[in-house]
Ligand binder design. Structure first.
Ligand SMILES: Cc1ncc(COP(=O)(O)O)c(C=O)c1O
Length: 494
């Protein structure tokens, strides 16, 4: 090594590293002062910056010395100095770790974010996170990994593993009535990505003929989907939704390439598209040669009446069906799939390839293993029963604490939609909810948005009460808090 050459502990020789060896990004410069001092300073800096935190084990002296290409004595001396200062501690039985209170000037812990740790989490799209089937997921991961060949650990197929796609096609067919073959399935990182990929396809197709791409979206609808389509360069055309779902009669007579719709449980108003509206929607799409994107985000959860089958089954050549594990398992998995018409397959496969090279092979194999073993269905069934009971209790409690609210869309999904009295100001709901540490969603539904027939009228202040992530024991307290919030948001509270 030259005199001024840098010595960096980078992971440059993974093979042969002793067990317990941990990589530390530290650089020593020969000729810039004693090496043990440099190492001390580097460790102090890493602790001060929060890169090494209290209690974290440090590499063995021999390992770090080899990584830095210095003698072991350099590391021993640096560790000893920092132990003397109580910056580091020795561990009984050998080893060294960062001290419990490593430095007075270490970065202060971040205060809990009141938005991510509210007293009541009533956001409409969060499932019961504490019910995530950890044991079943771990077992399915082990089974998936044992079943995977070495070759399957290379770059995944862009649309997903063929076996996984076959499993998901069968599941969507069985549970949601989707008409699907393995070749029609594209595994994605969730509905958000699925929608963005379809948006990209629509943009590219429009560009090829020099047109400006546009898509009809429900208003109100899921704001992130609209934003992501707009980011993709599409013009989003609002079409009103009411308590019966998308107002199909208000779809534009041309000028859009597609429509994004939530037929089983309109987000956020909760309506289910009637057989007449479904037929009219397919008729409209056929007349205008448009694609229908069916966002089946919570189709597994229906508590009353027949579960509507997926719209896709009515016209598989025109409907792109979107499924997600975000509501059945956990949003954090970032896992979903779409069932696509044959004419869109290759373009969507290419879009997915360039988006991220394909979804994680292990995660999709794990989901498939969960489905094949029956654990996925059992989990969905148990969740549905729990949600059904909780929803009943919540409705009872809200009838007492919010007698003036009208509930719609309670037959399905993970949230209730409450039409509040006219004198409630939505902005004041947000403020009052923050004061009560309640995470929720409230919207002002415009008159032009929800102007269906009398049965379907919803225009005005609307509160969305998610109950997926609300512990049963807190239902009554949360309903009481909601009552206070709405009272505080009224201009004539008494
Ligand atoms: C209407 C709607 N669609 C889809 C999703 C899920 O998107 P993703 O699968 O990307 O998590 C959500 C909620 O989070 C939603 O509310």
């Amino acid at each position: 090594m030259r005199k001024d050459q840098k010595r960096t502990a980078e992971p440059d020789h993974p093979a042969g590293r002793p067990a317990g060896g941990r990589d530390l990004a530290i650089t020593l410069t020969r000729g810039a002062g004693p090496l043990h001092r440099q190492l001390e300073d580097a460790l102090r800096a890493a602790i001060r910056d929060g890169r090494l935190t209290a209690g974290e084990p440090l590499p063995a002296t021999r390992t770090l010395a080899a990584d830095l290409d210095v003698s072991r004595g350099v590391v021993v001396e640096a560790y000893a100095q920092l132990v003397a200062e109580a910056v580091l501690q020795t561990v009984p039985g050998g080893g060294t770790r960062v001290g419990d209170r490593p430095a007075a000037h270490a970065r202060a812990a971040r205060p809990a974010d009141p938005l991510t740790t509210p007293r009541y989490d009533l956001r409409p799209f969060v499932p019961e996170l504490s019910a995530f089937p950890r044991r079943a997921w771990i077992d399915a991961t082990a089974r998936a990994l044992r079943g995977m060949t070495d070759a399957q650990l290379a770059l995944p197929h862009p649309t997903g593993d063929a076996g996984v796609r076959a499993t998901l096609a069968r599941y969507s067919g069985r549970a949601r009535g989707v008409r699907a073959h393995a070749d029609d399935v594209v595994v994605t990182s969730g509905s958000m990505q699925s929608i963005r990929l379809v948006g990209e396809l629509l943009r590219r197709r429009a560009e090829r003929v020099g047109a400006a791409p546009a898509i009809a979206v429900e208003a109100p609808g899921f704001p992130l989907h609209r934003l992501s389509l707009e980011r993709e360069g599409l013009r989003a055309v609002s079409v009103p939704a009411d308590a019966g779902g998308l107002r199909v009669d208000a779809l534009p007579d041309g000028g859009v390439d597609a429509v994004l719709v939530t037929p089983a449980h309109q987000f956020p108003l909760g309506g289910e598209l009637s057989a007449e509206r479904r037929a009219a929607l397919i008729g409209w799409a056929t007349t205008h040669d448009a694609i229908v994107i069916e966002d089946d985000y919570d189709g597994e959860y229906r508590y009353a009446g027949d579960t509507p089958t997926a719209l896709q089954a009515d016209e598989p050549d025109r409907v792109v069906y979107l499924a997600t594990a975000s509501k059945t398992l956990a949003t954090a998995l970032r896992l979903g799939w779409m069932v696509v018409p044959p004419a869109l397959r290759s373009e969507l496969a290419e879009a997915k390839l360039w988006a991220d090279g394909g979804s994680s092979a292990l995660v999709q194999q794990t989901l498939a293993a969960l489905v094949v073993s029956g654990a996925y269905d059992r989990h969905v069934r148990r969740s549905r029963d729990r949600y059904r009971r909780r929803r009943g209790r919540l409705l009872d409690a809200l009838a007492v604490t919010m007698p003036d609210a009208r509930t719609v869309g309670a037959e399905a999904g993970l949230h209730l939609t409450l039409r509040l009295p006219d004198d409630v100001a939505v902005a004041r709901i947000w403020t009052a909810a923050a004061d009560e540490s309640v995470a929720l969603m409230a919207i002002d539904v415009g008159a032009d948005e929800a102007s269906g027939g009398d049965d379907h009228q919803l225009a005005g202040p609307v509160l969305l009460v998610g109950f997926g992530n609300l512990p049963d024991a807190l239902v009554d307290d949360a309903a009481a808090a909601l009552g206070r919030i709405v009272t505080a948001a009224r201009s004539r509270p008494y």
